[in-house]
Design a protein around this ligand. Structure first.
Ligand SMILES: O=C(O)CCC(=O)C(=O)O
Ligand SMILES: [Fe+2]
Length: 214
């Protein structure tokens, strides 16, 4: 059922924030569904009640607090990484400090550079996660990002990590593999991917090496 996980997620929130948090979760659920319908539809994969849970198996809400740091140059804050799930919905306050790396292989002047994602009032950031990269056989790229602190202002961000269930088997969709003529990733269980990710220090998009086809 759509909101079973939201109830679980809500238990982490202070009681006076739960109404707002529930609105945020419900809004994110509908938005993620629409985004995935478009993204997967584009690859020839129809989303319906029978397979939606593969993509939105679990939602986890985090609350990140970044205190001021006297010498931000000496801290990592959040090191460069990609989120491992399907999509991440990120609400950030007005302080700034979130950077995304323009992929080296992008056909853009600033390829390889870190670009700040400025806070825009009323806007949220959506990150593609590693699982979407794998399902799409590498057509959608997970976003490599990092966070820097400042010496003057603390910062708060609230990501919702949308991911498969731990027991979900993951592999590139056959529809895409057929078109591409090659499977760029091998099949695995999501729990094993998580163990590999959390068992290693953040190192950009190295997390994806776990799934690379030989
Ligand atoms: O604080 C942010 O803007 C992003 C945090 C983040 O990347 C994460 O929690 O995975
Ligand atoms: Fe992240």
């Amino acid at each position: 059922m759509a909101y079973t996980n939201d109830d679980e997620a809500l238990q982490q929130w202070p009681i006076e924030c739960r109404d707002d948090a529930l609105q945020y979760l419900k809004m994110s659920h509908e938005m993620v569904k629409k985004l995935l319908e478009a993204l997967m539809g584009n690859l020839g994969v129809e989303l319906d009640d029978s397979n939606i849970d593969v993509f939105i198996g679990k939602k986890m809400v985090n609350m990140n607090f970044y205190p001021t740091c006297l010498n931000p140059e000496l801290t990592v804050s959040v090191g460069r990484h990609s989120d491992i799930g399907t999509l991440t919905i990120l609400l950030q306050d007005g302080i700034g400090g979130l950077y995304v790396k323009v992929p080296e292989e992008a056909d853009m002047e600033n390829k390889g550079e870190w670009v700040e994602i400025p806070p825009i009032p009323g806007a949220i950031v959506i990150n593609v996660g590693d699982m979407l990269q794998i399902w799409s056989n590498g057509r959608y790229k997970s976003a490599e990002h990092r966070v820097r602190t400042t010496s003057t202002k603390s910062r708060v961000s609230i990501p919702i990590f949308v991911s498969p269930q731990a027991t979900q088997k993951i592999a590139p969709f056959p529809q895409v593999v057929e078109k591409d003529g090659v499977a760029r990733y091998s099949e695995f269980v999501f729990a094993d991917y998580m163990n590999s990710f959390f068992g290693n220090a953040h190192d950009g998009k190295k997390s994806l090496e776990f799934a690379k086809a030989n």
